[in-house]
Ligand binder design. Structure first.
Ligand code: SF4
Ligand code: SF4
Length: 389
């Protein structure tokens, strides 16, 4: 590839990243979220003879909190004494702090923005699904769709919620306070069902703000037909990337449960979409990830992302997925060469472990016999010897 093409890639990369940072700062200043901070555990004033009302006043707890903690049925219940509630005084602080944590989670959310994001995700993924199924995704359209997702779900609608955050925040909140935030559970179920189970890794492919940004950067460093890198690109063996991802997931969970620590927060790449709270360390880490994205396909997704790992497990039973028709396939290998990672190679060789397929459709576009499609059903097994080298 010429020096001119490499220069163009570097220029596009720089313009893209600077635009994301500047525009996200503006968006955040206009309608950013309240930072999520968990209330520190309160030492409560309590005596068995106190009424619930007195207990609430002494500790500045709202009636909503008291209702949640004591399961109050009527205002008269406020006159009951703590000893009559059946809740041991030793566990009362824990119960109150759990309810306060849930309240704080609820208050930190911009619910209008969250609902809007989910509706737009459903529409956007629906359009991408239709285009992929109809074989309409060209290299230029793919870049356009990826850019659209970065702008809409990252710059305009912000870092939260994100598929990754849904898993990470649930683990961390549970580790720190032993509570589960019900709306997050609903979001997680919706994301897994609509974004992974129905269509293989679709939310990651076309909706995740940081995933699509990495994908777009990778495509900036490819020729116009989206087949090879302008600067050399590397396919990391899946055994390596997935092992690191599993270890990272275990460490993240242990840190949350044993030490109430959020291991991802200092390096959270989604903070790129809220640059006003970006620290030096996370800034450097994100810069490294973005530069690496030019050469390695979706490094954060493959090496670190907890949702990526969960999604990889769930995609084993996804309904719609990339499939090869071996009756018409001429074993030319064009698809596995163009595939940004090692997935297609593993599919063709029918490896036992198939890496994450991000349903990008690159393989569909390069197949000379139109033998690859995105459809429902199990993948068929290639005839013995067809792809042996
Ligand atoms: S795997 Fe990648 S695309 Fe999927 S949630 Fe994680 S960062 Fe986003
Ligand atoms: S097999 Fe590779 S090229 Fe085909 S959709 Fe999956 S990731 Fe993309």
């Amino acid at each position: 590839m010429t020096t001119e093409s490499k220069g163009r890639t570097a220029l596009y990369f720089t313009v893209l990243v600077l635009s994301v940072v500047i525009l996200s700062s503006l968006s955040m200043a206009l309608w950013g979220e309240i930072p999520e901070t968990l209330p520190s555990d309160q030492e409560l004033v309590l005596q068995a003879s106190m009424t619930i009302k007195e207990f609430g006043e002494a500790n500045q707890l709202s009636n909503t909190v008291l209702k949640e903690v004591f399961g109050l049925a009527s205002p008269e219940d406020l006159q009951r004494t703590l000893s009559s509630t059946g809740i041991p005084l030793e566990t009362l602080s824990v119960e109150v702090n759990k309810v306060l944590s849930l309240e704080s989670e609820h208050a930190s959310k911009n619910w209008m923005k969250i609902r809007l994001k989910f509706v737009l995700w459903a529409i956007y993924l629906g359009v991408a699904f239709f285009l992929l199924k109809m074989r309409k995704i060209t290299p230029a359209l793919r870049r356009g769709l990826l850019l659209g997702a970065v702008v809409l779900f990252g710059i305009i609608l912000g870092a939260d919620p994100s598929p990754m955050g849904t898993v990470k925040d649930a683990v961390v909140l549970f580790g720190q306070t032993k509570v589960i935030f019900p709306p997050r559970l609903i979001a997680f179920t919706l994301m897994l069902t609509g974004g992974i189970l129905i269509a293989n890794k679709f939310l990651c492919a076309w909706g995740c703000q940081f995933g699509t940004l990495q994908d777009l950067i990778f495509r900036l460093n490819r020729d116009s037909k989206d087949r090879t890198g302008v600067m050399k690109q590397v396919k990391v063996p899946f055994a390596v990337s997935n092992s690191i991802r599993i270890v990272f997931f275990v460490l993240m969970t242990l840190a949350a449960v044993l030490w109430a620590t959020d291991l991802i927060d200092p390096i959270d790449p989604f903070k790129l979409f809220k640059p006003l709270v970006l620290g030096v360390f996370s800034g450097i880490f994100i810069a490294v990830l973005l530069i690496a994205s030019l050469f390695v396909y979706r490094p954060w997704c493959h090496f670190f992302c907890p949702f990526g790992l969960v999604g990889w497990l769930v995609e084993k039973i996804s309904i719609y997925r990339i499939q090869v028709d071996y009756k018409t396939c001429i074993a030319c290998d064009a698809c596995s060469k163009a595939c940004p990672s090692t997935v297609m190679e593993a599919v063709l060789k029918r490896d036992r472990i198939i890496p994450d397929c991000f349903s990008c459709g690159t393989c569909i576009g390069v197949c000379p016999t139109q033998s690859i499609s995105f459809k429902a059903g199990k993948r068929s097994v290639p005839p013995a010897g067809k792809f042996e080298t």
